[in-house]
Design a protein around this ligand. Sequence first.
Ligand code: MLT
Length: 311
Amino acid sequence: MFKVLISDAMSNVAQKIFEKQKISVDVKIGLSEEEIIKIIPEYDGMVVRSATKVTKNIILAAKKLKVIARAGAGVDNIDVSTAKKSNMLVMNTPGGNTNATAEHALALIMSALRKIPYANDTTHKGKWEKKNIKGNELSKKTLGIIGFGNVGARLSNLVKGFGVNILVSSKSLESRKKDFPHVNNASFDELISTSDIISFHCKAAPDGKPLISKEHYKKMKPTAIIINTARGNIVDENDLNAALNENLIAGAALDVYSKEPAKENILFNNPKAILTPHVAASTAEASIVVAEMAANQISDFLLRGTKINIV
Ligand code: MLT
């Protein structure tokens, strides 16, 4: 009988799928690297979200492990190259949380434009800041989307009704242009210098270097807003903080950070930054879909050899 370890909190639908397929499953959440190293030799498969760091040491200790599934899109918490060298498959669940993430990006855009966090905070405190809170409309603005995979494309579809001008910086757009007549391809420089809102939906650079730094902010509109729901190291947080303080741009709304969990960060308490704790994909709906996809993919591979969504 195959045995699978679920090491991060996720919908219990995953556990039920394994049980139905007669695959033995253990749910052990919050284990340290050392604790996982001790137990991992028993398992044929492993399901993680983002909290478990599947390190080289864990992979090398995993003598029976054949497959690791990430219930989510990004696999930056898994040492994929060591897994590949050890003949292990790494899978993700692309599309499972696309809509959730795109909706959160839109929520951050609207929160920044309409100053919702500030309005909420001050109203709760009994201050009536009506005169100080004047928002901006999304309608007729230029939205720059950097990276046009599932989430970037979904965001472009979500904002169609707002009558925005959408610019996209993505190498893959040209060949898919007929499916997205509502967006225009732009160079990175053109996009950052003409957009009112710049939203990141790309992968981080393989060397971890930020895509955007001080020089880029100088090219942006002083009214521009940066949105990041992709990965924290895409944006240099020190440079972003300086750009906000020096009024090079007007605001930022971030869901991801260079170091997570973000217990301290240079952007904390900057009133121009709206921050959420990496929850863009965390909806009741998406949590079920990604858990379901991960469990089905592992079961299909262990029981039938079917390989789906291999990274
Ligand atoms: C993902 O990579 O799917 C998202 O960042 C969500 C998550 O980390 O769970």
